[in-house]
Design a protein around this ligand. Structure first.
Ligand code: ADP
Length: 270
């Protein structure tokens, strides 16, 4: 479109002097739009060929016993990598939808108990019994939002907790009142994160330990997705970590996002 986009900045000097600056950011804005469209298009185009590849690999894997062992091993690797690419493409598509769609149409009060419990089950399945995952639910009003988006945010946080903590760790998914509204927390007692990394964690593909996170099956987009989901729900993410003692990811939802005023804390079920 032909609109021009201007950015204004007012600087105050003392009591009676002001400096007004206007910057034409039309070009910057267009470039950003082109980048988004490009990523979305490429991801979309990769989807079909990847599905075909993964399909054939699965068929061959069903007959792996007829292959020389060396080939069978290679086949397993190929399947794993194809799966990783599929996850990456799905996350890129989700992220570009989150960036461009307006959102807000499918918002309804969410059944927090069911939502947390279902994410807990998925996280337990991923953990395979190496960690314990529990839900703590205090009496807080329900969140009004998109079930699909909120689920993907909690899942990303819970799966990270599983993937980045050693066996025997404890992971808690928590919904509780907060002075500003309510918050959803995912807390673990694993290795934690060095505070120097915290400000950059929600950037795409930012990783503390590249090798490790590739090995655990992450796409590098998990926390970027969480951040965008929260932005669309007027919420913000707080990350607290004490290295060696664990990490806490807190999603803070304002009172306007709750279905009823929150009551005083009362533990319902653990
Ligand atoms: P990915 O997990 O795919 O690398 P994310 O955006 O989900 O990408 O996470 C970014 C980085 O944050 C991870 O690579 C990891 O280093 C760190 N991280 C996330 N969650 C935790 C956690 N619970 N404990 C320790 N480190 C974490």
């Amino acid at each position: 479109d032909e609109r021009m986009i201007l950015q204004f900045q007012i600087t105050l000097y003392g009591d009676d002097e002001r400096l007004l600056m206007a910057r034409d950011i039309t070009r910057l804005h267009r470039l950003e739009q082109m980048r988004r469209d490009f990523v979305a298009n490429v991801s979309h185009e990769l989807r079909t060929p990847l599905t075909v590849l993964a399909g054939y690999l699965e068929t061959y894997a069903d007959h792996a016993d007829q292959l020389p062992p060396r080939f069978a091993r290679g086949l397993g690797q190929m399947q794993q990598q194809a799966h990783r690419m599929q996850n990456l493409v799905e996350d890129l598509l989700l992220l570009s939808r989150l960036e461009t769609d307006r959102g807000g149409e499918d918002h309804a009060p969410l059944a927090m108990d069911e939502l947390l419990d279902s994410v807990r089950r998925d996280a337990e399945a991923l953990s395979g019994g190496r960690q314990t995952v529990t839900v703590e639910r205090e009496e807080a009003a329900s969140l009004v939002g998109s079930e699909q988006e909120i689920r993907s945010a909690i899942s990303n946080l819970a799966f990270n907790a599983v993937r980045y903590t050693p066996p025997g760790s404890r992971i808690v998914l928590r919904w509780r009142p907060h002075p500003e509204g309510a918050c959803l927390e995912v807390e673990d007692d694993g290795e934690g994160i060095d505070p120097v990394h915290i400000p950059r964690l929600t950037e795409r593909f930012y990783r503390v330990d590249k090798g490790r996170s590739t090995a655990t099956g992450g796409t590098g987009l998990g926390l970027a997705i969480v951040k965008h989901v929260l932005l669309r729900h007027d919420a913000r993410l707080e990350i607290e970590s004490r290295p060696g003692q664990g990490a806490l990811f807190r999603c803070l939802f304002p009172a306007e996002r709750l279905s009823a005023p929150s009551e005083s804390p009362r533990s319902v079920h653990a």
